[in-house]
Design a protein around this ligand. Structure first.
Ligand code: ATP
Ligand code: MG
Length: 426
């Protein structure tokens, strides 16, 4: 893509109303646009990152479930049926905004913050026999929550992206077998996102409906709102909320020897047991003809929050730093040609055309800006590899390549550049 077609510009000044590093940098680099606290538009560069994150999530979820897309709006009845209308503390309602709209329909709706209340009735329509179980549906979708504090940019949105998976089982054993199988799948997601080394399965509270614990996936990051007790030797962590004498005994662990670190919850899995199937009176017919409540699990990941976490973890004093797997582009090609018709300009165009047709994702800075401005923008945008075409680089034998996180650069021939990137695309 040509940089001129992004239609966004970088800015030097931090937005006055942002305090979090992720919102400041992502805004300055033109990835997101704030609509109000906790509500952001994804601009071209930001959307590319979000899509990459969601594609990685989708790739792994396809191995354990089937994708659906549920609605953002729901009737209040659904929330009454599960007895959650008056109790979910982030629930939001929407309705007609003016009189003329009200004349068309005065209905109001819930803006869904999660989808147990919707998926359970859907499952009950289709999964009625033991032969239909187990089953698992997932979606990647926009959620709405009336969060108290929304000052952390993408880390805590009032409108945000979530992947939510729901599984249905004959009994608790089957639920727990599936539940355990999700843990390594989640870790593969974080590995592919570049967060593998700093993300830990974390024992957390199970809520009020299961005596079991739930498990969070916590990524170590300074700005994280959670405190975890980390047992590095056993590769597991404990959310501070479960750290007490009773649990130490129950789990056979010694919390006092563990490291305490700040972390951000990037995923959460819950054994829901029969909480929703019982309240909705959803039963299936078992092999012996008896009616039973299916056991359920739910499993969340926060793609937009993850974009914020990656920003917070990897950005440096010059700007964003993207892991290759989620970078908006693989290469930032910068032309320093002074004249549009010069040999150098033609070489840059040629390199752009060839790399693009070979399937390499290239952001091509074809703008009429100074070298200094282009380099500063490139550092701010944070694509892992910068490729400069200039009169000087051509004289030296090709293009100048530089990794975003390293100081030195080197000259490689244009053939060598193609060979490297073609290989990466195969
Ligand atoms: P938190 O404790 O941080 O409020 P939660 O436990 O309420 O999160 P879940 O209901 O478990 O969140 O949601 C699943 C995932 O969605 C979370 O692990 C997180 O990655 C993401 N998520 C939750 N709330 C938000 C939010 N307000 N903004 C962005 N992502 C969120
Ligand atoms: Mg959670």
């Amino acid at each position: 893509m040509r940089q001129s077609q992004l239609y966004t510009k970088t800015r030097k000044e931090a937005p006055a109303d942002e305090v979090s590093k992720n919102a400041i940098l992502l805004t300055r680099a033109g990835f997101i646009h704030k609509e109000m606290a906790g509500v952001y538009t994804f601009l071209p560069l930001g959307l590319r990152v979000l899509k990459k994150i969601e594609d990685i999530v989708r790739h792994h979820m396809d191995t354990v479930g089937t994708e659906v897309l549920m609605t953002s709006l729901s009737p209040e009845e659904k929330w009454k049926n599960t007895k959650r209308l008056d109790t979910v503390d982030v629930l939001m309602r929407t309705g007609p905004a003016n009189e003329v709209s009200k004349q068309k329909s005065s209905n109001s709706y819930i803006l869904n913050p999660t989808h147990e209340d919707m998926i359970t009735p859907i499952a009950s329509e289709y999964l009625q026999s033991y032969k239909d179980l187990p089953a698992a549906f997932y979606q990647i979708q926009t959620k709405f929550r009336n969060e108290a504090r929304a000052k952390s940019g993408l880390l805590r949105g009032r409108e945000f992206r979530m992947k939510d998976l729901y599984s249905f089982h004959r009994d608790q054993d089957d639920l727990m077998r599936y539940y355990e199988s999700i843990k390594p799948v989640y870790m593969n997601v974080y590995r592919d996102l570049g967060l593998g080394n700093d993300t830990f399965i974390t024992v957390a509270s199970g809520g009020d409906f299961t005596p079991n614990f739930s498990h969070e996936f916590q990524t170590i990051v300074d700005v994280g709102e959670d405190m975890i007790y980390l047992d590095r030797k056993n590769n597991i962590a404990y959310n501070k909320e479960v750290v007490n004498d009773e649990n130490a005994k129950k789990l056979g662990v010694d919390f006092s020897t563990m490291e305490q670190v700040s972390a951000c919850e990037v995923g959460n899995i819950f054994p829901l047991d029969t909480k929703y199937t019982e309240v909705l009176n959803y039963t299936y017919t078992d092999q012996d003809g008896s009616k039973k409540f299916p056991f359920m699990g739910c499993y969340g990941i926060g793609p937009s929050r993850i974009m914020g976490v990656i920003t917070e973890k990897f950005a440096d004093e010059k700007g964003l730093v993207w892991p290759a797997s989620v970078s908006p582009f693989s290469l930032h090609l910068i032309s320093l040609a002074k004249e549009k018709e010069s040999d150098t300009a033609k070489k840059a165009e040629d390199i752009y055309a060839k790399l693009t047709s070979a399937g390499v994702e290239v952001l091509f800075d074809d703008r009429n800006e100074s070298a200094g401005a282009k380099f500063a923008d490139s550092d701010l945008i944070g694509i892992p590899m910068r490729v400069v075409v200039s009169d000087k680089s051509i004289l030296a034998g090709g293009v100048e390549i530089k990794e975003r996180t390293k100081d030195g650069s080197e000259i490689v021939s244009i053939e060598e550049l193609f060979a490297t990137y073609k290989k990466n695309c195969e």
